[in-house]
Every structure is written in C-alpha cells, then in structure tokens.
Design a binder for this molecule. Structure first.
Ligand code: GLU
Length: 310
C-alpha cells in the first residue's frame, strides 16, 4: 500500500518522537538518550519527529530541540512534523478503506466499556459492535449526528514483536481506531506510516508503549512493511512510583537550572541511573556512547526523588 514518498533521512535509522505539548522532563530526556545510544552504537541515523497531531504548546517544539541539544544529542535533519503529513495519512486510510480493511465506528467510549466482550477477546479489546453493521444500520447511526471513527478490520487477535529488552513479545491486536471521529489520524496509524516513510527499523521508547507495539507492527505488515525492532525501555517514576510528570517538582532542564543543576549535570545523573557512570561522576555524551552496552541496561524503572539533585 502506498504510504507516499520516503522522507529524506539516512536509513536505516532510529528516532525520538516527542509530542510537543510542553517541556521535556527528565523521563523524556532519558528515553531520548537511550534512543540515540541504541541508534548511534549500531551505526544508524537518528531522526526527531514531532508528533503534533494532538494538543501542542506554542514554542514547545523548539524548546524540546534546544533541550535535546543541550544534553549533547544530535540528529539528522529534517525534523518532521506530523501536521504537515495529513494528506499522506488520509491516503493510507482511504487505501485501507478501499481494500475493505476498515469500518466506521459510532460507539462512545462508554458503550465500548459497557458492551459484553467477545469470547476469548483480550481484556479491553474493541467488542466488535460496529464491525458488521448493515448498510441500513449505518444510515441509522449516521442520522444521530455523531460522526464515526474509523477502525481497522483486524484479522488477528495477537501479534508478536521483537524487542531487544523484552524478547519476543506477543500482545493483543483488536479493531483499533486509525482515524478519530474528529477526522484526526490516530497515533497508531501515523506512527506506523511515518516510521516506514523515514526508514526507521529500530524503535526505542518508554515501556508504557509496549502494549501498543503488536498493533503497530501488525499494521506495518498489512501496509507491506517489515516492522521495526523495538526496545521498550524502563521509565522514570516519582517517589510514589508513578510515571514522572511535570507535577513532580523540578523535572525539566529549566526548573533544574534554577536550582543550579546544569544540563551536563542532568546527563551525568541519567548516565549513572543507566549504570553508565558512577554516582557523582561527570560524563559527557561521547563517554556514555563508548560505555553503552544494551545487555547491561537496568530493567527496572528509575525512581527519581528530589534528593537526586541535592
Ligand atoms: N509521541 C509519543 C509520546 O510522546 C511517542 C510515540 C512513540 O515513540 O512511538 O509519548
């Protein structure tokens, strides 16, 4: 299936794909460092993609790029913005529809939660309510005025991905949304189209996305692409063992700079959390690159407390 022209980037490549909704925090930066290390130690290109189809903040993209540069990362231009690629996503959605691989879904979130799930379906899977509507039923649903989302008509319940940290990981695939009911292409579609167009064969990102990988790899296969190799890396958690967020105090380079912690210091602390530096040892990105051994990476999350910086 045609996903549009390839994008100018050295291939194969790894990538970091932030959502420009605000400043990156230490958790995001640590994932970016890992994505860069995996790519550069394997001779790959490295690209940044701004996933800006959702909520964005003005100037956040430039701030994120500045922060990535401040901790020593480099990348291969151009930086791609998903909002500039809507026509490509639409044409992939149209092709999937023309091939009979989609259906319109009128369900609300609540209806999905309350519907009895299909026998043997994985927990949380779409229950199939709109999968086989008749033409007359579709007309009736449309008349309610609620615009439909578009779902992929999947022909499997599971798919297996290759993950450098998790091994062969088999996870659920359901009839997932590829276009939201406001017309925006869904993340799960855009990510697959872009990774293929950018020649990305290695996806390193937080392990909160491990459960999305089987869906994405399945869709890549349907579109005629070899799914990437994944490395879903441990996240950074706060002292309550909850995923780090901006609410957790000084967690961005700007906040930390106000406390006298430089970008170099942040990088050294992240390296130590990854077993790539001793505690308190100043290291730069070149030294970290030299020391990086994927097999020796910690498999547990980094619990970041405020004491880290004192
Ligand atoms: N844009 C997503 C995020 O910031 C990451 C998507 C991905 O790496 O596949 O959480």
């Amino acid at each position: 299936m045609d996903i549009g022209p390839g994008l100018p980037a050295p291939t194969p490549a790894g990538r970091f794909a932030p959502s420009p909704s605000g400043e990156l925090h230490v958790g995001n930066l640590r994932t970016a460092v890992l994505a860069w290390l995996f790519a550069r130690t394997t001779g790959r290109g490295f690209v940044i993609r701004m996933e800006d189809l959702d909520r964005t903040a003005v100037g956040a993209d430039q701030q994120q790029l500045a922060d990535l540069a401040a901790i020593g990362l480099d990348w291969d231009p151009p930086v791609i913005y998903q909002t500039g690629r809507q026509e490509i996503y639409q044409s992939v959605i149209d092709d999937l529809r023309d091939a009979g691989r989609t259906f319109e879904c009128f369900c609300t979130r609540r209806e999905i939660l309350e519907a009895p799930s299909a026998p043997h379906a994985p927990q949380g899977a779409y229950p199939g309510t709109c999968r086989d509507l008749t033409a007359a039923q579709r007309v009736e649903r449309r008349a309610t005025g609620r615009p439909p989302a578009v779902r992929l008509r999947s022909d499997t319940d599971v798919f297996t991905v290759d993950d450098l940290l998790h091994g062969n990981h088999t996870g659920a695939v359901d009839d997932f949304v590829i276009q939201r009911n406001d017309g925006t292409p869904a993340y799960n579609l855009a990510v697959v189209v872009d990774d293929a167009a950018q020649g990305i064969d290695q996806v390193v990102r937080g392990d909160d996305l491990l459960s999305s990988a089987p869906r994405q790899a399945y869709l890549a296969t349907l579109l005629g692409h070899t799914p990437p190799t994944y490395a879903h890396v441990p996240m950074v958690l706060n002292s309550e063992h909850v995923r780090l967020s901006k609410r957790d105090g000084a967690v961005t380079l700007t906040d930390l700079a106000e406390r006298g912690v430089t970008a170099d210091d942040v990088l050294s602390h992240m390296a130590s959390s990854l077993g790539l530096a001793d505690r308190g040892e100043p290291v730069d990105i070149a030294a970290i690159l030299e020391r990086f051994r994927p097999a020796a990476l910690p498999r547990d999350p980094w619990i970041l407390t405020d004491d880290e910086w004192s």
